[in-house]
Design a protein around this ligand. Sequence first.
Ligand SMILES: [Fe+2]
Ligand SMILES: [Fe+2]
Length: 248
Amino acid sequence: MNYAHWIRHFQVNRNHRPEPDWGAAFSMEENKRVALAKTLAEYQLGDGGGECRLIGFDADSARAVHPDAAEVIDLWFREEAEHSRLLGFALRRVRGEFIQTTFGFRWFNRIRRWFGAQFEMLVLLVVEIVSTGYYRLVQRHCGDAPIAAMCGLILRDEAGHIIFHRDRLAAKFSDWSCGWRGLAIHGLTAGCTGFLWLTHGRWLRTLGGSLGEFRAEVGLEKRAFLASVARCRKAGLPKGSGAALLAP
Ligand SMILES: [Fe+2]
Ligand SMILES: [Fe+2]
């Protein structure tokens, strides 16, 4: 894997990040404001809030697979912390309340710890694929320019994160998109999509979104991810050719 590429990517991505205009006039129907306050509070915790690092029981060994691996992982999580910061501004804008933990968040972290860093990173990839659908719905339906702009920034970052995982997995498993690894992506994505709709669906519906729309967005992202891995393997790209992987 080309760690130098990813260090550069995260450093460059830190620039040119226009901050949403949080001071802009705010006007929103009350039911939408309440729904956004609820859903954004959970996302502020889950997307870079809480323990923003690898927490699998063997995280240290995952960070030590290469001299630059720890730096790349830290830069990735720094972007996640940035998402939590942005979501904090959005939450204040809709007069929401910050939360410290939820039942789902505690279980999410337990699973990450128990099954180790490789599984943890696979789960985080799936969460990023599913969250892409979430942010697209919020961006489309929130009716607030600064929050929509925030979604745009986060979507830009998550697109990079998904490519980072594709690069990482393509370098690690030449056959990973076939067989059980491909099935694992399908199964985990279906489970995560269902869980997110179960916990956030009523708020996303209030905004104007639908389950069909959410599933379509997630499905699009998942298929694009799997196709890009297959394309990478077919083209015989050198391991870790991050720049080439960014090509459409
Ligand atoms: Fe994120
Ligand atoms: Fe991410």
